[in-house]
Design a binder for this molecule. Structure first.
Ligand SMILES: [Fe+2]
Length: 260
């Protein structure tokens, strides 16, 4: 499995505190069946994003774990004004493995109307925004139509593995399941922060998805799609997303899924 969102790199944010913790998180991931991990430190008002240091920590961790786990860097990119300004000049400073997919995190308390234009702008820049864990965001849970519009315009959705196993409460779990059933989810990632409460494990959530939607969809969300994002390729599993303002989905022809 391939994890595109986690806080495994040491001393960068509220994730792993030391290299020792990072190594243990990596061992935990390997034991769980994870082969690729993208370390995605926060970039927000609380945590400064330093790509040089991030790369160095990745290299140190990679050297410590060897080739049993492939490590890349990215960013848990908070959609604020300063970040967006810098992104325009240095898009690959923030993207997954310096390719074209960008994790995008929204504030819990407000998502201003201008964000609709921002999401479009990201795509005009050649980036593919991945909305991180909308099931954990009360604003997106209560007004999902905005997210559906972004999806229709080509954005993607990543849910947190632990939302599917109930760690973030029933509302998050319910929405993760609902969107999973509606083909609105493209990735599941750990968003791991530590060894205990937010571990770097995906297997339990994989089993939930396989049970609910079958092996092929589980393979797409945990392996094929995240590996494509890791390598900067188009997603192999990309169901058509209806325009929430248009006629009901049952009248629309759906794209065929392609699996490797
Ligand atoms: Fe995160």
């Amino acid at each position: 499995m391939v994890d595109i969102h986690c806080h495994i790199l040491p001393g960068m944010d509220d994730g792993a505190d030391t290299m020792e913790t990072s190594i243990q998180m990596a061992e935990m991931a390997i034991a769980d069946g994870v082969t690729h991990v993208v370390g995605t430190p926060h970039s927000n008002s609380e945590f400064k994003f330093d790509p040089e240091l991030i790369r160095r920590r990745r290299d140190e961790l990679q050297a410590a774990v060897g080739d049993r786990l492939k490590l890349a860097t990215g960013c848990d990119f908070h959609l604020n004004f300063e970040n967006l300004q810098d992104l325009q000049h240095n898009p690959h400073k923030y993207t997954i493995n310096q390719k074209n997919y960008l994790l995008v995190e929204f504030a819990d308390f407000s998502i201003p109307p201008s964000i609709d234009g921002t999401m479009h702008q990201l795509q005009l820049m050649g980036l593919s925004p991945i909305i991180t864990h909308p099931e954990r965001n009360a604003m997106l849970r209560t007004k999902p139509d905005r997210m559906y519009r972004w999806l229709h315009q080509g954005a993607y959705v990543q849910v947190t593995a632990q939302s599917l196993t109930g760690r973030f409460g029933s509302a998050a779990q319910h929405n993760a399941e609902k969107w999973l059933d509606e083909d609105r989810v493209h990735f599941v990632a750990s968003d791991a922060h530590n060894l205990k409460s937010r571990p770097l494990q995906l297997r339990a959530a994989y089993d939930v998805v396989a049970e609910r939607r079958g092996e092929e969809i589980a393979q797409a969300l945990f392996v094929d799609n995240p590996l494509a994002a890791f390598e900067g390729r188009p997603l192999p599993y990309e169901p058509e997303q209806a325009d929430p303002n248009a006629k009901p989905m049952k009248y629309r022809k759906r794209k065929r899924f392609i699996f490797f």
